[in-house]
Ligand binder design. Sequence first.
Ligand SMILES: *[C@@H]1O[C@H](CO)[C@@H](O)[C@H](O)[C@H]1NC(C)=O
Ligand SMILES: *[C@@H]1O[C@H](CO)[C@@H](O)[C@H](O)[C@H]1NC(C)=O
Ligand SMILES: *[C@@H]1O[C@H](CO)[C@@H](O)[C@H](O)[C@H]1NC(C)=O
Ligand SMILES: *[C@@H]1O[C@H](CO)[C@@H](O)[C@H](O)[C@H]1NC(C)=O
Ligand SMILES: *[C@@H]1O[C@H](CO)[C@@H](O)[C@H](O)[C@H]1NC(C)=O
Length: 247
Amino acid sequence: MGCESLSVALAIVLLLEPCLSLACLQCDSNFSSHFSSYAPKLSRKSWGLGVVPVAGRRLRGWAQDTLQELNLKISPDIPVEKLHTIATTVYGKLDMLFKNHTYKPGDLPKKLDSIFEEQIKMLQDAIVESRIKCENHCGLNHYEAISCQTCNATKPTCFGYNCSSSDKWKDALNELYDYVKGLNKEPEVWASALRQVPTFSHCTAESPDTLNFTSIGDTLSKNWLKMMALKDMEEDAALLKLLEPTC
Ligand SMILES: *[C@@H]1O[C@H](CO)[C@@H](O)[C@H](O)[C@H]1NC(C)=O
Ligand SMILES: *[C@@H]1O[C@H](CO)[C@@H](O)[C@H](O)[C@H]1NC(C)=O
Ligand SMILES: *[C@@H]1O[C@H](CO)[C@@H](O)[C@H](O)[C@H]1NC(C)=O
Ligand SMILES: *[C@@H]1O[C@H](CO)[C@@H](O)[C@H](O)[C@H]1NC(C)=O
Ligand SMILES: *[C@@H]1O[C@H](CO)[C@@H](O)[C@H](O)[C@H]1NC(C)=O
């Protein structure tokens, strides 16, 4: 039986049962204990016609819908503490919503939607900020994160342009080439690992042999010089957009 064919009452009881695969907010260890406490509240209070099915659907689909709504061009990796902070904020708002007896019961779905949207914005900001912070170094960098898609630990790798001298820049380029050459040689694994390096997210190369390191070095160096020249004039985020090599 698929998720959609369950009756609503049953589905609310089964809120956290096999239908859901792990996703994003659900990667937080306290997700289950909080979300399982909302279902009984939904059935106990008299909420008004049509409210319970809509609210139940929103709560039941929370984790999967979150992943879908994130809609980012980069992979949704988020440091665990940031995820936890956001999750705790969301639980706080939901706890408050179910405790508050002063709003019209019929407003529940709208209020749930607005908490949901706020959550999406917080997650997007945290994911993008972590990435930009990583790219604001010189050369290769990593950070510890958790994948919103699988809840597995990940270690996103960034290549940053914030080098203070040509020597540091040259070292950073060498480090990048060594990294790219040292990636797992399975063509598909290699290609996917390459695109995880933000600088190379647009590359379609299938193996190190098809990358022209001379041309990559040229464009990266040109971009680096351009960025050094613009550094005092532009916002970081605008600068980072300049930086993709021809590959
Ligand atoms: C989960 O919630 C409990 C009680 O609110 C809290 O003490 C604990 O730190 C939370 N778990 C994590 C991983 O923070
Ligand atoms: C309870 O709901 C009412 C009506 O929406 C709102 O004005 C009030 O701020 C809420 N109280 C809390 C503590 O969230
Ligand atoms: C670039 O590096 C310098 C020196 O390491 C540091 O002070 C500065 O904050 C960095 N810039 C950004 C945007 O992170
Ligand atoms: C995530 O971790 C699980 C268990 O540790 C593993 O079976 C699975 O292959 C991992 N998924 C990815 C995409 O790495
Ligand atoms: C690599 O790129 C350089 C500079 O763009 C170009 O001169 C050279 O012919 C390219 N090499 C190959 C094998 O395509």
